[in-house]
Design a protein around this ligand. Structure first.
Ligand SMILES: NC(=O)c1ccc[n+]([C@@H]2O[C@H](COP(=O)([O-])OP(=O)(O)OC[C@H]3O[C@@H](n4cnc5c(N)ncnc54)[C@H](OP(=O)(O)O)[C@@H]3O)[C@@H](O)[C@H]2O)c1
Length: 266
């Protein structure tokens, strides 16, 4: 791995990211208001909205990006989550910049839609390698410091189709369903260490991922959504930020749908 492949850059720090305020709880324990947050795939779409939501709340936010130019305002590290060495290098750079990751949002994901009979093994395994094994890589690495700190918040971005199913998305749905078992197992394994693991399951969100759909496909989807529209990325970000907040301190192993009602009952 070349160092340039994982090179970190700060283009402009968000004003809020420079706050290192500490407030006192009623019990007198100091809780850091500004936490070290990492959002994988935070350069665009849902991940970028999540990164903004944490930065606006005063947290220090690092994002990983895989290609192109990262957005301004965050500590951006190039990292492909299918490569364990790149994940390790990214964490080292983030830890040096803003301290050990206290809140991890595993958001990076891909689709490679195809009907089963036309789906190659590579179509299947590459989606699993990014969405499920890639999440394993970043969560495992984050847990090292969370165990030491005896606290941590992990939010995994799944999808409504993980439990609902979707024709032509067997690979994607399997990877997203896998995240639920993964998170719930870790919730049981690490609850005693004060680390929470929760899943957000978005429905259809207006991002590059869904912009590849035809107008007819979009209309069909919207007609099945009780709220009758796509979600905005900020609506997913709000649920993620809540799960990482003090208000959600007793929530772990939960799957929170943010899908306009599409997946009700699943
Ligand atoms: N959009 C929806 O309707 C929807 C619905 C349910 C769930 N989700 C989930 O929400 C998450 C974000 O989706 P989105 O709609 O924002 O998608 P998007 O706009 O396509 O963005 C995907 C993000 O994942 C990153 N990524 C993909 N493969 C990666 C890899 N191997 N290593 C590192 N980063 C990688 C991309 O980086 P690059 O920019 O470098 O490619 C990008 O930042 C995904 O997990 C997706 O499955 C989306």
């Amino acid at each position: 791995m070349s160092p340039s492949h994982c090179g970190a850059r700060i283009l402009r720090r968000a004003p809020a990211a420079d706050k290192f305020l500490v407030y006192q709880t009623a019990e007198g324990k100091g809780d850091p208001l500004s936490r070290s947050v990492l959002v994988t795939g935070g350069n665009r779409g849902i991940g970028l909205a999540i990164a903004h939501a944490f930065a606006e709340a005063g947290d220090k936010v690092a994002i990983t990006y895989r290609s192109g130019e990262p957005p301004e305002g965050f500590f951006a590290v190039r990292c492909d989550i299918t490569d364990t060495e790149q994940v390790e290098q990214a964490y080292k750079e983030i830890e040096a910049e803003q301290g050990p990751v206290e809140v991890l949002v595993a958001n990076a994901g891909v689709t490679k839609d195809q009907l089963l009979m036309r789906m190659s093994e590579e179509d299947f395994t590459s989606v699993l390698d990014t969405n499920l094994t890639g999440t394993f890589r970043v969560v495992k690495r984050a847990n090292r410091a969370m165990l030491r700190a005896k606290k941590g918040r992990v939010v995994l971005i799944s999808s409504v189709v993980g439990l609902y199913g979707s024709a032509g998305q067997a690979n994607y749905a399997a990877s997203k369903a896998g995240l639920v078992g993964f998170a719930r197992s870790l919730a049981r394994e690490l609850g005693s260490r004060n680390i929470t693991f929760n899943v957000v399951a978005p429905g259809f969100v207006d991002t590059d991922m869904t912009r590849v759909l035809t107008e007819e496909q979009r209309e069909n989807i919207v007609s099945a959504v009780p709220l009758g529209r796509y979600a905005q990325p900020s609506e997913i970000a709000a649920a993620v930020r809540f799960l990482a907040s003090d208000e959600a301190s007793y929530i772990t192993g939960a799957v929170i749908p943010v899908d306009g009602g599409l997946g009700m009952g699943h």
